[in-house]
Design a protein around this ligand. Structure first.
Ligand code: ADP
Ligand code: MG
Length: 375
């Protein structure tokens, strides 16, 4: 998922530009070479490799970026099978992937892209935990959890569950690491390598679907993630957000807007002004802290990007909250991953808005954030 996340976050844009150049020039070169020449085949290989990369990026982005969550009744075995090819590409050729589908699986009610995200995150982590060669296995099954099991597992609750397990024979984890793995931004990987959002995303997704997770790991002994998803029974009752025709407007409240992308900052600033908010804007967290110091009594709401250089949105919010204790917070995020990661763990006066968004979506989220009560 970290590779997916990084691709999704702007890198994909550059990457696709580079691929376009490779594809464009190899096509033009092919036009200048006769099909009989040796060079023709070489060029064709370059072109087809570039096209394959394009497909992979597109597939990865398709599930990394999926915005709205639409649960449907799923056969988990079919969902896993549909991902095997992409997972094998993610983990590479030195790692063996075994697939052990369980019999008589119950259906689950979930957004299929969430299963994809869980699998991709867990497999990439397993891959990273394996030094050279190793094994990853994916298993499914059915489990009925009883109250005695729940006594030993704080997160569990009784009922029928479909089990999805991903295990590896990699480096494993010590007790201390194990205690932190679901925290957003927790990573033991180097700078630019880990985002620390993979497992918090998984946790968020599983929570959202009323399931729970158990992890077994020992240093040097590998790791097993066991995800319990509730059995789906009864009718499908999809709850879709209702369209709101009326756009709620502000009453001149002061909003501190923080975003490192200058053109995006300009756009959001304009939207908020048109919605009758008084906007203070900053394109870096440091600048935002300065503004917060100067306007501590005015600022009602912080609207901030989640991933920024210097400091992430959550840290920024925490620091500004010290200056403005009644501050409300609206996070803007370009990745579903951040979104779910934050939702899973943060509570407080916290609202999330997924990029890209329309003015009316922004208006509604700003209102929701401003009206949020402290508990
Ligand atoms: P990231 O992969 O970006 O570091 P994650 O949230 O996916 O963030 O994982 C958090 C941390 O949990 C990892 O940095 C790693 O230390 C640990 N971890 C996760 N999965 C495994 C695994 N299968 N084996 C060993 N350690 C793992
Ligand atoms: Mg990860």
């Amino acid at each position: 998922m970290e590779s997916v996340g990084r691709l999704a976050g702007g890198v994909a844009h550059d990457y696709n530009n580079i691929l376009s150049v490779i594809i464009g020039y190899s096509e033009m070169a092919l036009d200048k070479v006769h099909p009989g020449e040796a060079l023709y085949e070489d060029l064709q290989e370059i072109l087809s490799a570039a096209m394959r990369s394009k497909d992979i990026t597109r597939q990865l982005l398709a599930f990394a970026r999926k915005q709205a969550i639409t649960p449907e009744v799923l056969d988990l075995n079919a969902s896993v099978e549909g991902m095997l090819k992409i997972l094998r590409r993610l983990i590479g050729e030195d790692i063996h992937l075994s697939w052990l589908p369980g019999d008589g699986l119950w259906p689950v009610m979930m957004d299929p892209s969430q299963i994809d995200q869980i699998l991709a995150n867990l497999c990439v982590n397993a891959r990273d935990a394996i030094a050279n060669v190793g094994n990853i296995s994916i298993e499914t099954g059915t489990v009925t959890v009883d109250t005695s099991y729940c006594r030993g597992h704080a997160e569990a609750r009784p009922g029928d569950f479909v089990l999805l397990s991903v295990s590896d024979d990699g480096c494993g984890m010590d007790h201390e690491t194990l205690g932190k793995i679901f925290e957003p931004f927790f990573t033991t990987k180097g700078l630019g390598k880990g985002t620390g959002l993979g497992l918090s995303t998984v946790y968020g997704i599983v929570k959202q679907n009323n399931g729970f997770i158990n992890v077994y790991s020992e240093p040097g002994q590998g790791t097993a993630f066991r995800i319990y998803l509730p059995r789906h029974e009864g009718e499908i009752s999809e709850k879709r957000p209702t369209d709101t025709t009326e756009i709620p407007r502000g009453r001149g409240e002061t909003v501190l807007l923080v975003e490192d992308d200058v053109s995006f900052l300009k756009l959001a600033r304009q939207m908020l002004s048109e919605l009758n908010y008084h906007v203070l804007s900053a394109n870096a967290p440091g600048e935002a802290l300065q503004l917060a110091e100067d306007h501590a009594h005015e600022i009602a709401l912080l609207v901030t990007d989640v991933v920024m250089p210097e400091m992430n949105g959550r840290e920024l919010a925490e620091r500004i909250q010290i200056l403005c204790p009644k501050l409300r917070c609206l996070y803007m995020s370009g990745y579903t991953a951040d979104a779910i990661a934050l939702r899973g763990v943060l509570n407080q006066a916290f609202v999330l808005l997924q990029k890209p968004f329309s003015k009316s979506e922004l208006a509604i989220k700003v209102k929701t954030a401003l009206e949020k009560h402290w508990n």
